[in-house]
Design a protein around this ligand. Sequence first.
Ligand code: AR6
Length: 174
Amino acid sequence: MTAIKIIKGDITKLHVDAIVNAANTSLMGGGGVDGAIHRAGGPKILEECRAIVARQGGCKTGEAVMTSGGKLPAKYIIHAVGPVWNGGNNNEVQLLTNAYKNSLQLAVENDVSSIAFPNISTGIYGFPKDKAAAIALQTVKKFIETTNNLSEIVFVCFDDENFKLYNQLMQANK
Ligand code: AR6
């Protein structure tokens, strides 16, 4: 059984096997949660990202790569790239679904048991929060129907609006 938890807070503080970063295709850091993770985790994370870029040239939208957690309490960081919201007719829904799915897949492949997600694409990338929350929850629920390897999935909301939306959706789908 996989537990799904909704919390409000700073993802860099979590003691889980892996936290997911809302990264960009360059993997070179940025603002929002990406900036917070690199700041708190230290330079080792960027070093590992650079090695990935040298190997495969970044990370496509909807895909994910993994580094260590650097100085963070989490053992790993899964850097996932969500889509920029561009009106909704540019494959945004599928690409956000893929970002969650590929992060979960990478977690399972690396024996991660507990994983925490931020609300990918809902900050700087402008994805409508209600739509993004529904996609995140649906994708995770569908994924755990077919695997028993994850003990806990945490959605870490940073703002009140996302926290409320996730709780409403969890209640509605009980
Ligand atoms: N812990 C948890 N959630 C956070 C934190 C934190 N410490 N800080 C912000 N959030 P964003 P995006 C929330 O903008 O929309 C970067 O520059 C935030 O409130 O971080 O996917 C990247 O390099 C929001 O709900 O990511 C990319 O270029 C959520 O995290 C671009 O931003 C995601 O917001 C990605 O944009």
